[in-house]
Design a protein around this ligand. Structure first.
Ligand code: SF4
Length: 444
């Protein structure tokens, strides 16, 4: 019987993309995927250090996995991701049953380490700055493919661990990005999301030595045969140019959705966070985006309770939310990340105050999201079908260009099969919910 592998992925889209690479490496070595962790020969924990108490959470999961290995010593345990990069020696010390510790910058050595996994534990968490090109990857079913355009980050925001775990920013060449997009589309992915910690600072150099910025890259990728939709994340407000907004407006596949983290609505807090933009600059970008694309969806990340945040400063974030009216927001409470500058700041906001601020903002944003989705009702939208809706399988689910979730009833059409994943349909919005709307397919 073929040996199997199981991957538990925590955290962001960068980690999801890394898990695809890890899966590809394992499949190249002859392992097959399984949903059943209990029987897997290889268990991978792809860890995240950005949110919550990361090391604690990983070690508690590992405790259970190591108990499994005590019964099945042939099992191979791999710890990957940012926690692996942050604390490689801690794994060796606290969990000797772990076979391989591999940071996000060391995936090119993974295949070799797995081959050797019957011997000494391998720790691959050096700080080399090599872009892991040419590794295999295995993507789960779906219509979207994530494609990295940069690795690492140079921004060193005061609260963030990423520059320490994923290293300094490096851009892939436009040719390599283009080739991966082409491959993904040919493999049946009509939608691609270009990924980077800060896509706006992409600086590639093509084979002729010409410098290519992010809007240029979008134009190159937009022309890929068969590509229906192009998305990107994450944008940093300090590097977002008007040239990019023009490209979003003009390039047919680029979707009208901008995810632009605000983090705080107060200039003093932004400065202490090390974000290097002001509220006025941020508002100027949104105004320019809405002038060019009036129906653009804007989403954001925000952090409440940053050390020293006063009630007045928090209220400026609330006021920014009311003024901007985001379509969605990912809202977090500040928590110390060991090794970051902010963890050494003294004026920490008490836990109950942070919780109350978070709840206040969540309530406001939920109301705004619902109102924005209610404003869509009665209109018809182009929806890329993702597949059947899991809760009501007679319905389908998909996304609009603005990334709203659409759950809809397909229309029976003589001599036409029910739309399938990857098909483009039109849906009339009939009832709003927090993340989108329900509706009915419209045959044009
Ligand atoms: S831009 Fe700031 S928050 Fe984003 S990854 Fe870089 S350091 Fe972290």
């Amino acid at each position: 019987m073929q040996d199997t592998y199981f991957i538990d992925t925590m955290g962001c889209q960068m980690n999801e993309r890394d898990s695809e690479t890890i899966a590809g490496v394992l499949e190249d070595l002859g392992f097959a995927p399984t949903e059943d962790m209990l029987t897997a020969r290889v268990i991978v924990l792809n860890t995240c250090a950005v949110r919550e108490k990361p090391v604690h959470k990983v070690f508690s999961k590992l405790g259970g996995i190591c108990k499994l290995k005590a019964k099945r010593p042939e099992m191979i345990i791999i710890v990957a991701g940012c926690v692996a990069q942050m604390a490689p020696e801690e794994f060796r010390r606290r969990t000797p049953l772990v076979d391989i510790v591999v940071g996000p910058r060391n995936l090119s050595g993974l295949a070799e380490a797995i081959r050797e996994a019957t011997g000494e534990p391998s720790v691959l968490a050096d700080t080399s700055e090599v872009i892991p090109e040419g590794l295999p990857s295995s993507r789960e079913d779906g219509v979207n493919a994530f494609v990295n355009i940069t690795y690492g980050c140079d921004n060193f925001c005061a609260y963030c661990i990423v520059p320490y775990t994923r290293g300094r920013e490096q851009s892939r060449t436009p040719e390599r990005v283009g080739a991966e997009v082409k491959q993904a589309v040919e493999a049946g992915r009509p939608e691609v999301t270009l990924l980077g910690q800060n896509v706006n600072s992409y600086r590639g150099t093509d084979e002729e030595g010409k410098s290519v910025d992010f809007p240029d890259l979008l134009a190159l990728v937009d022309s890929a045969d068969g590509l229906k939709r192009l998305r990107f994340t994450t944008s940093h407000p300090k590097d977002l140019s008007l040239k990019l907004l023009d490209a979003m407006r003009d390039l047919p596949t680029v979707c009208e959705h901008l995810h632009l983290p605000i983090q705080a609505g107060d200039d003093e807090v932004l400065a202490r966070m090390g974000r290097k933009y002001t509220r006025a600059h941020y508002m100027g970008i949104l105004q320019a985006a809405r002038e060019r694309m009036p129906d653009i969806a804007i989403t954001t990340d925000v952090m409440v309770g940053f050390p020293g945040e006063t009630e007045e400063q928090f209220e400026r974030t609330v006021a920014a939310f009311e003024e901007i009216r985001y379509d969605q927001a990912f809202m977090f409470m500040y928590n110390d990340r060991p090794g970051t500058r902010a963890s050494g700041f003294e004026d920490k906001v008490p836990e109950p105050v942070k919780l109350a601020r978070l709840q206040q903002l969540v309530d406001i944003q939920n109301r705004i999201s619902r109102e924005k989705n209610e404003a869509l009702l009665g209109n018809t939208y182009e929806v890329l079908v993702g597949g059947p809706d899991l809760k009501s399988p007679s319905k389908l689910r998909g996304r609009t260009r603005t990334n709203k979730l659409a759950i809809f009833t397909p229309r029976p059409v003589p001599r036409r099969a029910v739309p399938a994943a990857g098909d483009m349909v039109y849906v009339r919005a009939e009832e709003a919910f927090l993340w989108g709307f329900t509706g009915t397919e419209v045959i044009e």
